[in-house]
Design a protein around this ligand. Structure first.
Ligand code: ZN
Length: 141
């Protein structure tokens, strides 16, 4: 599945990670699923062609391939993710609303590959749903 990370606009395509060369928001056609207008999210260079990630106002994402001369080639499935910030980049204040200092430490340590006592991490994981409900960010550690 092709996946666009909305946080940094990295596109995971065919096992490659592509960085957006432009984040212009433009109307780029109509959604095949609901006929609403599609708005571009990011433009990517791929070999001798282009990829364009777009989304309609109903939230249907699509990845459109173009040839070098902007001739349309095909539409492909796209999944959009909010992306994973690393724990150390996330707001302390937000983390502290949900997690205890020991749990935050356990998540940070796990992220950097250290061995941690499992119980703190297990307790933290049990609160991921709550954190997502409050702040709209899904932690995946
Ligand atoms: Zn749509």
């Amino acid at each position: 599945m092709n996946r666009l990370n909305l946080l940094d606009l990295n596109l995971f395509f065919d096992g490659k990670k592509l960085k957006a060369i432009s984040r212009d928001k433009r109307a780029v056609g109509f959604c095949a699923k609901c006929s609403q207008e599609l708005e571009s999210l990011g433009y990517f260079r791929l070999g001798s062609g282009w990829l364009l990630a777009a989304r309609c106002s109903h939230g249907h994402p699509v990845l459109i391939s173009y040839a070098d001369d902007w001739r349309w080639l095909e539409d492909a499935d796209l999944e959009i993710g909010a992306g994973q910030q690393s724990i150390s980049e996330m707001s302390r204040e937000q983390l502290e609303v949900v997690f205890s200092p020991g749990e935050i430490k356990a998540m940070e340590a796990t992220e950097s590959g250290e061995e941690v006592p499992r119980n703190n991490l297990c307790r933290a994981r049990a609160k991921y749903d709550k954190f997502e409900r409050l702040f709209g960010i899904r932690i995946r550690i």
